[in-house]
Design a protein around this ligand. Sequence first.
Ligand SMILES: Cc1cc2nc3c(=O)[nH]c(=O)nc-3n(C[C@H](O)[C@H](O)[C@H](O)COP(=O)(O)OP(=O)(O)OC[C@H]3O[C@@H](n4cnc5c(N)ncnc54)[C@H](O)[C@@H]3O)c2cc1C
Length: 389
Amino acid sequence: MAAQNLLKLGHRVSLYEAKPSLARKFQLAGRGGLNLTHSEPIGHFTEKYFENSSFFASLFDRFSPQDLRNFCHQLGQDTFVGSSGRVFPKKFKATELLRAWISNLVTMGLDIHTRHKWVGFDDNNNFLISDLHGEIKTVIPDAAILALGGASWPRMGSDGSWVDILRKLDIEIAPLKPANCGFETTWPDSMPTSCFGHPLKNISVSLKDKSVKGEIMLSSYGLEGGAIYALSKMIREEIEATNNAKIHIDLKPSHSLGKIEQLITSRKPGTSLSRFLKHNVHISSPALELLKAYSSKEQFNSPTPLAKLIKGLEISLVKPRPIERAISTAGGIKFSSCDESLMLKARPGLFVAGEMLDWEAPTGGYLLQGCFSMAVHVASGVEQYLTSQ
Ligand SMILES: Cc1cc2nc3c(=O)[nH]c(=O)nc-3n(C[C@H](O)[C@H](O)[C@H](O)COP(=O)(O)OP(=O)(O)OC[C@H]3O[C@@H](n4cnc5c(N)ncnc54)[C@H](O)[C@@H]3O)c2cc1C
């Protein structure tokens, strides 16, 4: 996106990509339908960027979610708004959009070098690029943008190897951490393994005063899924502060505690409680197993304690899943190391963009939109820098 904007301004642009093809993570995101952005009002949209929301608000003034949709449309790829308000390409994948985009960039004159990895600087601060044969080339650009990603899914190219290079330049980098990730727990011994791989749908998960409705997936190591990802920043920070995060799962958010208690009490004596919970309270099989594993026999058979458990089953999460399995990365280059245009204060002419900066946002299209808007902003910073030279 940065190259697109610089080419439009008439600059000569070369792109160096370590992998044999461009945008592998973008392609991977396409497997889930490619949630490009979100259609909610911009005020709500910017709130999703936590402590960086005012900075991102200024980026969206320049390149908004609607601008991204228009851009896709210009590439011949229409978008649509899903029932949750999320925006996807009509084709529901990345391949065609990416193909159209790369072809457009090539037509505009982009000079692409795949299998070319940036490995650092020489003594004169020139860029060192290792080519596909392992030979090192020296590149001397008038200005450069690093958009090397975070450290999740390193197979897709973003392996975080830039951290050591940039730290040597005294650039402040917050430790890279998993974001939008699953979390580990120690399941009770009585938890049946047959539950793993099954979702709990239409539930809500809360941590302290924040509650998220959605779906979670039970797994042998712990919990994954949208409702967990949405709380992942809070969960991670709580674990860092206190060694564990006690989340509460409401297995029946549509019913009050009193209503559930009343339903359970209405069961005819002699009928199976498990069957009653399934058919009359609509508790799914995995949720039922979870309730059994987290209760004593007495608790399970007493209406009030059982209703309380259904409305707030506590699970202690102890560790995030490894960053390699996370959807995105928290941490990275601190904004304080950059000027307003995201040029590194320590290296005039060198700009940074995307997930390698210290920000995070939930899933829902906020990550890609954040990266694209940042790229547009950085391209304009490069233009200003070159003009000032
Ligand atoms: C499974 C999955 C699904 C996702 N789905 C969505 C979604 O639906 N919606 C959404 O908004 N976000 C989604 N994301 C997140 C989104 O893909 C990322 O936030 C986004 O791709 C980050 O863009 P980036 O340009 O900062 O980094 P990246 O996309 O990671 O790109 C960095 C590029 O730099 C290259 N590179 C790294 N180091 C070097 C080097 N030294 N020299 C040369 N090249 C180098 C890498 O090979 C890579 O191609 C998903 C992520 C994953 C893992």
